[in-house]
Ligand binder design. Structure first.
Ligand SMILES: Cc1cc2nc3c(=O)[nH]c(=O)nc-3n(C[C@H](O)[C@H](O)[C@H](O)COP(=O)(O)O)c2cc1C
Length: 385
């Protein structure tokens, strides 16, 4: 697609996405909670750090390969869980991202709230995949989901812990978006402005709940109803003991996503988790938290050298990935950077997003004097004065 090739960075993909999907869907992706302070800080937080290049290193060959949660990865980043991908790409939904990630050689995370089923996502490509689990109040449903994800060959479990209730996303309240999108008079007018999207949406499985065919429609526009619906769905008395039990049952790489303090990272280590994902859900849940990048150093100091640390939030440039690694992270995960590509051009759009980040990251490594991931370290970074 020519318009994808004209996108030369992740922000360009967002501008293209805005022309491809209806405005309520675009706002659902780009929006954050309350005043969106955390949403913005997740990106600006990277500006608090400066890259210190080391001179005259042999960078004639660059090796970006690494391992993420037990899986080989061609780059130190992978695709984070994003639910309801059928709204961004009605034709292929999650399958687009899973296929692109597989061809690119990085893991893909399937959300509990995916529009295609775990089995469909697993079968769509050879690549390694992680299963992101929301703990549901319905124990039977929750246990079925875990068994299914194991049977479908997911390589790691990612337990998201920051979504006990839904965040207050005012853009969704204003747009009146519901999940799955409902054709009201207002929304039909907005959807008709994107006829190609609408046609695909009507023709495809659209935003059906892949893993829970019977899930009720959730109105994001009515924040009270939304919070109530989410509260009914999620286990609200989730504790570290549940996390410990889930880790034991999973018996493989196990990450806790939504850790935002050194103390909780230590707890995660104590219950046996192999990784922590520093994340505030892309600023979509609790507004006012720090940016994940600001926590990396203190979390690394607290958990020691062996625990895997993944930075999730605000990654828009290859230099962001480099900074996270220099501060002590093992890898980064991509939310909007990937979803923008998905909205802008499905599988090809995701490939474009991954390719842009790869090229930026590799250029950054060369200019900073690093030829392998192991070489990136504290001497390459300092806090801006
Ligand atoms: C549209 C959208 C849907 C998301 N759905 C989920 C989800 O189902 N499960 C989850 O753990 N996180 C979900 N997230 C959060 C992402 O996994 C990730 O933490 C966040 O997007 C990272 O911030 P970034 O978008 O700035 O990269 C979602 C994020 C977006 C933008």
């Amino acid at each position: 697609m020519r318009d994808l090739q004209s996108c030369i960075n992740i922000d360009d993909l967002a501008r293209l996405a805005a022309k491809k999907v209806p405005t309520p869907v675009y706002d659902y992706v780009e929006g954050g909670a309350d005043d969106e302070v955390t949403l913005h800080r997740n990106c600006t937080g990277f500006q608090r750090y400066q890259i210190i290049p080391r001179a005259l290193q042999d960078v004639s060959r660059i090796d970006t390969r690494t391992r993420i949660m037990g899986c080989d990865a061609s780059q130190p980043f992978y695709i984070s869980a994003t639910g309801f991908s059928g709204m961004m790409c009605p034709k292929d939904a999650e399958l687009a991202g899973a296929r692109a990630a597989s061809r690119f050689g990085v893991p893909y995370t399937a959300s509990t709230f995916s529009n295609r089923s775990l089995e469909q996502i697993s079968a769509s490509s050879q690549g390694d995949k992680f299963f992101q689990v929301y703990v549901l109040d319905d124990e039977q449903l929750a246990s079925d989901l875990n068994l299914r994800s194991q049977a479908a060959g997911f390589k790691a479990m990612v337990l998201t812990i920051d979504t006990i209730v839904g965040g207050n996303r005012e853009r969704d309240a204003r747009s009146g978006l519901s999940i799955p999108p409902t054709l009201t008079l207002k929304s039909t007018l907005q959807f008709m402005m994107r006829p190609k999207w609408l046609l695909q949406y009507l023709k495809s499985e659209g935003a059906n709940m892949g893993n829970f065919p019977k899930m009720p429609k959730v109105s994001l526009g009515d924040s009270h109803a939304f919070v109530e619906a989410m509260s009914k769905l999620f286990k609200k008395d989730l504790t570290w003991e549940d996390a410990r039990r889930m880790n034991e049952q999973w018996n493989g790489p196990f990450a806790i996503k939504g850790i935002m303090s050194a103390a909780d990272a230590v707890k995660a280590k104590e219950i046996g988790a192999s990784a922590v994902i520093l994340s505030n859900h892309g600023g979509r849940q609790l507004d006012g938290t720090p940016a994940p990048i600001e926590l990396v150093q203190e979390v690394r100091e607290a958990v020691g050298p062996d625990m895997e640390i993944i930075v999730d939030g605000g990654i828009r440039r290859g230099t962001d990935v480099f900074k996270a690694l220099a501060l002590g992270a093992n890898a980064c995960s991509l939310g909007r950077a990937y979803v923008r590509g998905l909205s802008a051009g499905g599988e090809e759009g995701v490939t474009r997003a991954l390719t842009l980040l790869k090229s930026e990251f590799e250029r950054c490594m060369i200019l900073a004097g690093c030829s392998s991931i192991e070489q990136i370290g504290p001497e390459h970074i300092r806090k801006a004065l």
